[in-house]
Write a protein of this length. Sequence first.
Length: 381
Amino acid sequence: MGGSSTKSEFVSVLADKQVKEGEDVTLCCTKNPGEVTAKWKKNGHSLECVEGKHTTEKSETTCSLIIKNAEKADEGNYTLTLEYKAGSVSCSAMVIVELNEWRTVQWEQDPTITTLKNFKIGNAKLRELRFLLNGPVGAGKSSTISTIKSIFEGHQFINCLAASDLNSGMSFTTKYQKFSIGTLPFAFYDVMGLEEDKEDGQSKGVRSDDIIKALMGHIANDYEFKQECSICEDSKYYISDPTLKDKIHCLVSVIAADKVTLMDDKVIQKMKTIRAEASKLGIPQLVFMTRVDKVCTVTEKDLTKIYQSKKIKEKMEECSTRLGVPMNCIFPLKNYHEEIKMNEKLNCLVLEAFTQAVYSANDYVKKFSRKEKCLECFIFI
Ligand SMILES: Nc1nc2c(ncn2[C@@H]2O[C@H](COP(=O)(O)OP(=O)(O)OP(=O)(O)O)[C@@H](O)[C@H]2O)c(=O)[nH]1
Ligand SMILES: [Mg+2]
């Protein structure tokens, strides 16, 4: 161990830094005079100083690290250890690199709300576009529906549908339940969460075959899901001859940003099976990535920074890879969960995602309208 025998102490420690991509960042601390050896670490590993990127400086009373041209890879936790003969002292700080905004959001809610309130479905035979929210237990499916309802109703829709955060394990929602927003032409279907099957092969959580039947329009509102068997054809909730008005027009896969890494492969496989079936049926699909506030403190404090956050982008990329969905189909958002006051920025993010779902569903039902017209012409001829 190098340095002098004088005990070294920090006068001021390293401070967390938030920097824009391309800018330089300096981490600096002050210490009492005395000879020390300064060692820098990044995320617990010795910092490999790269020429033109990192510069370390040390004077009698200061130690600093300059990082030039900050990029995604520079984000992390930096630790400085001062070693002197009789011991060492350390301090750490986070460097957060804000990416250049890579997707833009309309941060004013009124124009989008007005557009959606005046929305007309592109198929005259339909009264509503139907969305099914599917995903693992506790992903935020019910909360997303409540949040969308709150936005249009102008006050918080009290979320008795959502589980407490401590309710890990079983799905809080067990029914196939429809939610409307006043007289708007949109209907949401909440379903039980997907779970990993039991070790003896017994099914747990909502069954993939039931979700597929729901997509096809075979399941009526209020059906109580059973884990052990799929809906029977003689059930009063079974629609044997579904038409476009019974079908789902857009499948929304809901994934929690803070849980995507730990999601079980078997649950992912169930989601993929459902998505593959939806693709065969031509049903459009989107992913809503909830709980963004749980993975990024910058975003938690200021939602308008969401598309500058490296953490959020990484989580979206992880959703994209694990589920096999392109990035442009993934929408990160935050739901109302503990706050009581309405928040325009939160609303805008959710509206951005919901608008995309509305347009996708509308494109799907328009195709049917065209097919029906062709069929009518054919019969007429
Ligand atoms: N911090 C935070 N918490 C959220 C968010 N969305 C949902 N939650 C919380 O996450 C928990 C689960 O949410 P739910 O809406 O019940 O999830 P679900 O997918 O309907 O769950 P099941 O019905 O049990 O399958 C609840 O405690 C919500 O309050 C969010 O964006 N941020
Ligand atoms: Mg639920």
